[in-house]
Design a protein around this ligand. Structure first.
Ligand code: GLV
Ligand code: MN
Ligand code: MN
Length: 414
């Protein structure tokens, strides 16, 4: 197979798309269901229609564009990713996978290639989980992991619900959001870590994604004057939190080779220079490819939270808000990606993803794998995120080969 995607069209679209919500430091600010996210969705739908895709929006605002196959009774090949971003995030995370998938179908259109199976391009809602937790909410409902009502009731920091905001931006669609028969799912994405660049490889054949747990926790102490209050009379919620932050770091040092842990968000109340912190809300994120390692770290940090509360004589709250188990991707799909990487002449390696992806949930309902392209210096979730354009193109070419292979397999449904 000699087809390749159009460098020029893809690059132009990537640039135009990332003008939406652009920050002045070369990043994008398009959090889920924001005005910029709405504009990005509108642009995508326009491009889907231009590519003669049949567009449907489901109840979660997931956007699908379907290209008919020779036999439309066959289950479709689904490809895509997400277009919501972190607050002041990077331009590549998610966008490469959605626009790369669109570019694949545009290339098939250019070449007049009729595939056996239908192909669907998807942009999942709320992958990032920064405005509404948990993350991967659109694909999670689609895969039957969360109820629709649970998803609609998620609130942002201002108390706005996902359901209201989805309606406000006009993307609460009619199509039901529930598992349906799919032949397979593939997601092209930037690696977001340093493995490919450190090993000098241009493609990662993704075998699976780390399991992870997200927790919300809080300490509730007493506010008081920072001057006259003697140290032994204090119940400082921030001191307890700092003990937990240190524990997270210590646990990752002993918990397993690939265990990572982060306290990424802290809200201090009243957050004043001369008031003892009364309340701190914070998060904990643990990840590993070994589910037992994540379990163990989670149990340890629960104990550490209790100990920190006792030491500082403060109240504590603790809630696990997300747990995704590591589950290897489908062997056949991994092999297809590997063959496609070979076919485009890429230097590739097999890789496990430290970042979460919609593919986690799709993997629960259909054969799945991913294609990674290198992140320069492994940087992601910041405006400095960068991938060499030739690597993006190579990744899209791999996806094109994967799709041609999978969409032309007319064999018995899974
Ligand atoms: C999703 O972006 C994640 O947290 O891995
Ligand atoms: Mn992503
Ligand atoms: Mn992300």
């Amino acid at each position: 197979m000699s087809q390749t995607v159009s460098n020029e069209r893809f690059r132009k679209r990537f640039t135009t798309f990332n003008e939406i919500g652009a920050t002045d430091r070369d990043g994008v600010n398009r959090p889920s269901l924001s005005g910029a996210n709405q504009e990005a969705r509108d642009t995508l739908v326009e491009w889907f229609e231009k590519a003669t895709l049949d567009v449907t929006i489901d109840e979660m605002g997931n956007i699908f564009g379907r290209r008919a196959g020779a036999d439309n009774a066959l289950d479709p090949v689904l490809i895509g990713s997400h277009i919501d971003s972190q607050y002041n995030g990077g331009r590549y995370d998610g966008v490469v996978g959605v626009l790369g998938a669109l570019e694949v179908v545009e290339t098939l259109n250019d070449e007049d290639i009729q595939t056996e199976r239908p192909i669907e391009v998807v942009a999942w809602s709320n992958e990032e989980g920064v405005r509404f937790q948990p993350d991967m909410l659109g694909s999670g409902v689609f895969a039957g992991e969360f109820d629709l009502e649970y998803a609609y009731a998620r609130t942002d920091k201002e108390g706005k619900t996902f359901g209201e905001e989805l309606e406000r931006i006009g993307y609460k669609g009619d199509e039901s959001c529930e598992p349906r028969d799919l032949h397979c799912y593939f997601e092209l994405h930037v690696e977001q870590g340093p493995q490919l660049s450190e090993r000098g490889r241009s493609v990662g054949v993704v075998e699976g994604v780390y399991g992870f747990v997200w927790m919300n926790a809080a300490f509730i102490g007493s506010a008081d004057h920072a001057g006259p209050t003697p140290m032994h009379l204090r119940h400082d919620a921030l001191v307890a939190t700092s003990d937990v932050i240190e524990s997270v770091r210590r646990i990752t040092g002993t918990g397993g080779d690939d265990l990572v842990g982060t306290v990424g968000s802290i809200d201090v109340h009243p957050n004043s220079i001369n008031v003892i912190p009364e309340r701190v809300d914070f998060t904990v994120d643990f990840r590993s490819y070994d589910n037992d390692v994540v379990d163990h770290a989670t149990e340890q940090i629960q104990r550490e939270i209790e100990h920190a509360a006792n030491r500082e004589s403060v109240e504590m709250e603790y809630e696990e808000i997300m747990r995704v188990d590591a589950e290897p991707f489908d062997d056949g799909c991994i092999e297809t990606v590997e063959q496609a990487a070979n076919a485009v002449g890429a230097e590739y390696m097999r890789i496990v993803s430290g970042a979460g992806h919609d593919a986690n949930y799709l993997n629960e309902i259909c054969p799945t794998s991913m294609i990674f392209v290198p992140s320069v210096d492994g940087i992601s979730h910041t405006e400095d995120e960068y991938t060499e354009w030739e690597d993006v193109i190579r990744g899209a070419d791999v996806l094109l080969h994967v799709v041609l292979e999978k969409a032309n397999m007319g064999e018995v449904e899974q």
